[in-house]
Design a binder for this molecule. Structure first.
Ligand code: PMM
Length: 399
């Protein structure tokens, strides 16, 4: 048998599919190849709070495992194949000074995005990107000027969103727009959203309805009227009773990251993250997940959202979107809401009415980084961008 000439071919670092393809070409069975490719893929971590003995142990033991270990005073950055990092994440087999680190690393290792999100009316399947169409029923919504305030018009708009590909309609009666000076009273908010939720639930029984509210009374009324999900932009910070309402209905819950009181949500007053916006958002989202669990909400019902545009500068929103994969370590489906937001205006120079293409691009890039649910105004534009992102991720081998 002749020997083939030596040939070196690069495999794309961003996606494991080149490795899968190379292994299946070599005769491997696809499932085994996928497992091996996931093990080869690399990950990196920043570690702080290390004492001298654990730093020293990390340099030695990490080196033995074939990891790259960069250290400074009390900190380290480690990087390497997931399979090697997993070996460091076993508390029972690492040197004593690394036990605590091993345990924490095990929790922080990135997970696959969950396959389903449980709600009060069945599970939202996440094997394909899920579009959540925005239906604001406020007189002051910043980007659609409250055009859908009437129930009939709201149902017509919901029909359009569903026709365009929305699986979820997010109905909100209180805008969080920058510069608002008063909160909407619960009875006024109920009067806005409940008739619309009832009408949309009646007209489109196969569509999930979420209610965008931070108030327990509004959530209860909305769930009774047919909503399946509560989307709380305060991540259960504003109303201590909201978690119990969600739990008793078995509803889905979006824990969105934000900071400050309800009137300050869109401001930059609380945008100081000590230089670590990703770490800050991760920690505060985990606190929101813990609040939900303490209120009795089943973890399977929780989705998380980085809260783009909430207490974040344009740079912080972009950085957070780029680093979105880190949120997968929390083990919950990731929802993003970049739609028409100011950071997209900063990147494109476009006014709010002209940001749907930018929104679609942001959704596709967020999908690549693990997001599965996309809250948007223009469903059609983002649906196509996400269809391309999904097709790329699942295209059959070209060989
Ligand atoms: N953004 C807004 C309102 N609600 N909910 C979630 N989960 N995520 C978001 O990013 C989000 C939200 C503000 O935007 P809008 O006024 O255009 O609805």
């Amino acid at each position: 048998m002749g020997v083939a000439p030596l040939d070196v071919t690069p495999l794309a670092p961003r996606s494991p599919r080149g490795v899968v393809d190379a292994l299946t070409r070599g005769g491997w069975e696809r499932g085994t190849a996928e497992t091996a490719a996931a093990g080869i893929a690399s990950a990196s971590f920043r570690i702080e709070g290390l004492d001298d003995s654990s730093l020293e142990a990390l340099v030695h033991f990490g080196g033995q495992l074939g990891l790259d270990v960069i250290t400074g005073a009390g900190w380290a950055v480690i990087s390497g194949a997931r399979s090697r990092l997993s070996a460091l994440a076993r508390p029972w087999s690492v040197p004593e000074p690394l036990r605590e680190l091993a345990y924490r690393l095990g929790i922080a290792l990135p997970a696959e995005p969950p396959k389903a999100w449980r709600t009060a009316r069945g599970s939202v399947m996440l094997s394909t990107p899920v579009l959540m169409g925005i239906l604001n029923v406020t007189p002051d919504s910043f980007s659609d000027g409250g055009r859908h305030a009437g129930v009939e018009r709201a149902v017509r708009h919901a029909a359009r969103l569903i026709e365009d590909g929305a699986a979820i309609i997010d109905i909100g009666g209180e805008s969080t727009r920058p510069g608002r000076t008063a909160v909407v009273a619960a009875d006024e908010e109920l009067a806005r959203v409940v008739p619309v939720i009832s009408a949309v639930a009646n007209a489109f029984p196969a569509t999930f309805i979420s209610v965008d509210t931070m108030k327990s009374e509004v959530a209860r009324g909305a769930l009774d009227a047919g909503a399946a999900i509560v989307n709380d932009v305060t991540g259960l910070r504003a109303d201590a009773r909201l978690g119990a309402v969600v739990a008793s209905a078995g509803a889905g819950l979006v824990v969105m990251h934000s900071r400050g009181a309800p009137l300050e949500l869109a401001s930059l007053e609380h945008a100081d993250y000590g230089g670590d916006v990703v770490g800050g958002v991760l920690g505060e989202l985990q606190a929101g997940i813990d609040r939900a669990a303490a209120a009795g909400v089943d973890t399977e019902c929780v989705a998380i959202d980085p809260g783009l545009g909430f207490a974040k500068t344009a740079e912080q929103n972009l950085f957070l979107t780029d680093q979105l994969e880190t949120l997968l370590s929390l083990g919950r489906p990731v929802l993003v809401g970049p739609s028409r937001k100011r950071f997209l205006g900063a990147a494109t120079g476009r006014d709010v009415a002209e940001r749907d293409a930018a929104t679609a691009a942001a959704c596709a890039l967020a999908y690549e980084r693990g997001a599965r649910i996309f809250r948007v105004h223009d469903v059609a534009a983002s649906r196509d961008a996400l269809a391309v992102a999904q097709a790329l991720a699942h295209s059959p081998s070209a060989s």
